[in-house]
Write a protein that binds this ligand. Structure first.
Ligand SMILES: Cc1cc2nc3c(=O)[nH]c(=O)nc-3n(C[C@H](O)[C@H](O)[C@H](O)COP(=O)(O)O)c2cc1C
Length: 331
């Protein structure tokens, strides 16, 4: 959300428990020409064709290093530069990982944005394996250890989702962020919006159904072995609650924040905390445990003894950071 790595601490102060900056690419780039974001208000959705505008890995890392106060958990979402052909993508991801990992709490390998040609081909098993292994090699060279997650598309067919899940398990990756935007115009309610020629990916309310289906599918497949960050169409505390019930370790939102305004995260967390109190549970972890018939803390990536999966999911070097009531953003 914070493409230029400038206001992540402010986002934290607004109530987000963790913030993902980026997408950051190896080379600075302007992104697509404007206009490149459109509101579809009747659908409570956005269409975006941003194309990863960002200041490049070096400047982004410098900014992150200088501006971090330690208050906010900050991860970096990494993508491929437009100028880099897809068969050279690994070098690009390695360059960005090398710059950003030392100053980030976690990394997200973005292989799912629809606005960079061929990027989504990296979701296939063999390219994804090479990508993850290459980034890991890079991190080993600089002796940095931090959680690595892969971000997948809402448009990935079920069989491919299973394959990605299987690959993440076999590579002992930390987790999956599900989902990125969809290019499927059929999810839109209004005929005018469906017919509009705006390029790009749809986010917001129309993504809800697919995001929950993919989350359930992933959780069923991976058991308690991966962190699952659910994103796509989360607008209210009820939506977040549904995601935790469906197996999310953490939740994220972008379009809900755009429509909901600056106090959106704080409002959502307050309401979630109220619902948790009413249900007689003290954290989302227990909520998930209730619905899943027991804790799923063991085996969570980077888990530290005595911490909840939410708290340990994004832990760097085994250190845990409090996420409020066990909900991202509740402070
Ligand atoms: C304007 C805009 C820009 C986005 N840029 C990125 C990006 O650079 N990298 C990425 O992985 N996802 C990006 N996304 C996708 C979101 O992170 C998220 O996966 C998607 O919007 C679904 O969540 P939402 O319904 O809460 O918005 C962007 C979404 C929007 C609306």
């Amino acid at each position: 959300m914070d493409k230029h790595v400038k206001w992540f601490e402010e986002l934290g102060a607004l109530g987000f428990g963790f913030v993902e900056v980026g997408t950051v690419t190896a080379h600075p780039q302007k992104g697509s020409s404007k206009p490149r974001v459109w509101r579809l208000t009747r659908d409570r959705a956005l269409v975006n064709a941003m194309g990863f505008p960002n200041d490049g890995a070096e400047t982004s890392a410098e900014r992150l290093r200088k501006k971090r106060t330690g208050e906010t958990i900050v991860g970096t979402n990494i993508g491929k530069s437009l100028s880099t052909p897809v068969d050279a993508a690994l070098d690009d991801y390695r360059t960005t990982a090398r710059a950003m990992a030392p100053v980030s709490d976690f990394l997200v390998l973005n292989v799912s944005s629809p606005n960079t040609p061929d990027l989504q081909t990296l979701q296939a098993v063999e390219p994804l394996r090479a990508l993850v292994e290459g980034v890991r090699d890079e991190l080993a060279l600089i002796e940095v250890q931090l959680p690595i997650l892969v971000k997948i598309s809402a448009d990935l067919p079920d069989a491919d989702i299973d394959q990605v899940a299987e690959l993440c398990l076999s590579l002992e990756l930390d987790g999956i962020v599900a989902v990125n935007t969809t290019v499927d115009r059929a999810v839109l309610q209004s005929a005018a919006a469906r017919a509009a020629q705006n390029p790009g990916g749809i986010s917001g309310a129309p993504l809800k159904g697919r995001a929950v289906d993919i989350l359930r599918r992933l959780r069923t497949h991976v058991g308690d072995r991966l962190v699952l960050i659910s994103v796509g169409g989360i607008e209210t505390a009820d939506d977040a609650w549904d995601r935790f019930e469906a197996g999310a370790t953490l939740v994220q939102g972008h379009t809900g924040f755009v429509y909901g305004g600056p106090l959106w995260a704080r409002r959502l967390n307050k309401e979630l905390a109220r619902r948790l109190r009413e249900a007689g549970v003290s954290s989302v972890y227990e909520l998930v445990g209730l619905y899943e018939g027991g804790g799923r803390g063991s085996g969570m990536a980077n888990g530290a003894a005595g911490s909840s999966p939410q708290e340990s999911a994004l832990a760097r070097n085994g250190e845990t950071r409090p996420l409020g009531v066990g909900v991202p953003g509740a402070r």
